[in-house]
Design a protein around this ligand. Structure first.
Ligand code: 1CP
Length: 360
């Protein structure tokens, strides 16, 4: 049984809880909105901080991770904070080296080449290997002073698997797709390992102060429906069941769960047939169909403006956002983009989007 570093008690009272209300399907005064990658490079304040600080050093220094998490909260009318970290900290704690290359993104120095390489991975120890990430959550939850809820996150097992095999981002993911067909058993073994780690990591995030959780399956779009079920959704189901089971035993550990399977609109109905509370969709998914399925299975929706739409004029953003919100409906809805905000977005355009949604 996991002994938590922190005990999920003694935090400041919450002042703005509209995102938690929407997550529970309750009525809200305004539509809650937060933005994936809201603490990132589109903010000058973040870029300045990055000059002096290596990316993963920010993630492992609670004081810095907290400062970066709070940046957008102090600048823009957001209804939630998301802890500053990265999905690739998990493979790092399993012994894989990841370097942030300027202009390229994260790169693994030694990606897994054959199934034998799985034997070189270590099973991390939650209370020591994850201490900085959990302390960052604990410190940030306190430092938020109850302004808005704090969201924790992780990469989904399948998406982490693809990075560990490819060594970096890709458009075709031929190495990962080859693995699932050439080495199905070993692929399952690795996905199983990752799933167990993520269950413990997410539970520890709740204990440390995370009030909602999002799983990023950013590479869900490379699978067909059968493989999606076998190599992706079944593992995420396990994570959701694990967390819901823990919350049943200890109601203090209840936290709404968000799943984002990017480019997997093809599997939306099966995603709705899980224990996740909130389904994040990208901009390729027709909203009316998403709403119909969400209602059928009692889910809340999150999304989905194309982040590129923030390059348009303020007037266009207002029109587009208004139409989008009217199509989603104002209940059982959390507003966001359809993917992370792009680094060269003008923060004032984001402000237009946020203010429009709050005014509706
Ligand atoms: O140089 C820099 O400053 C790096 C830019 C950056 C940032 C700001 C990276 C590198 N990661 C992050 C932070 C981050 N990553 C957050 C922080 C909280 C917030 O949203 O504000 C989160 C939630 C992530 C999640 C993440 N990392 C995802 C899932 C979301 C998505 O975009 O699909 C993925 C795929 C990553 C990997 C990653 N980390 C960074 C980059 C550039 C990438 C993508 C690499 C690739 O596939 O090519």
């Amino acid at each position: 049984e996991y002994k938590s570093l922190h005990t999920n008690t003694g935090f400041p009272a919450i002042l703005n809880d509209r995102i938690l209300k929407a997550a529970h399907g309750e009525e809200v005064d305004k539509i809650p909105i937060w933005i994936m990658r809201q603490a990132g490079r589109y903010l000058e304040e973040f870029r300045n901080l990055r000059v002096e600080n290596e990316f993963f050093r920010i993630c492992t220094t609670p004081r810095l991770a907290c400062e970066v998490t709070l940046l957008p909260i102090n600048l823009l009318p957001l209804d939630a904070a998301i802890i500053f970290s990265d999905i690739l900290v998990i493979p790092q704690t399993m012994g894989m080296e990841v370097i942030m290359e300027k202009g390229k993104g994260p790169v693994f120095t030694h990606p897994l080449q054959t199934p034998e390489d799985i034997n070189l991975l270590k099973i991390p120890d939650i209370s020591t290997d994850y201490e900085p990430y959990l302390d960052a959550i604990f410190l940030t939850r306190h430092s938020l002073l109850g302004k808005v809820p704090l969201i924790g996150f992780c990469g989904g097992p399948f998406t982490l698997f693809t990075y560990m095999i490819e060594g970096q981002g890709s458009t075709v993911f031929t190495k990962s797709r080859r693995w699932i067909y050439q080495y199905p058993q070993e692929t399952h073994r690795l996905l199983d390992m990752l799933t167990n780690i993520l269950c413990d990591f997410l539970l520890a995030q709740i204990c440390s102060g995370a009030q909602m959780l999002q799983i990023f399956e950013s590479h869900a779009g490379i699978l067909g429906p059968d493989e999606f079920e076998e190599f992706l959704l079944s593992y995420n189901r396990k994570i959701a069941s694990f967390l819901k089971e823990k919350a049943k035993i200890n109601p203090g550990l209840e936290a709404p769960l968000i799943i984002f399977c990017k480019d997997a609109g093809y599997a939306l109905e099966s995603i709705c047939q899980t224990e996740f509370d909130i389904i994040q969709i990208d901009w390729t998914v027709p909203i009316p169909r998403a709403r119909e399925l969400a209602n059928r299975y009692g889910k809340v929706l999150q999304g989905n403006l194309d982040p590129a739409a923030l390059y348009a004029s303020g007037d266009f953003i207002r029109q587009k956002a208004t139409k989008m919100v009217e199509t989603f409906g104002k209940e059982k809805y959390i507003c966001n983009l359809g993917h992370g905000i792009y680094p060269d977005t003008d923060p004032e355009k984001l402000r237009v989007y946020l203010e429009t949604v709050h005014s509706l």
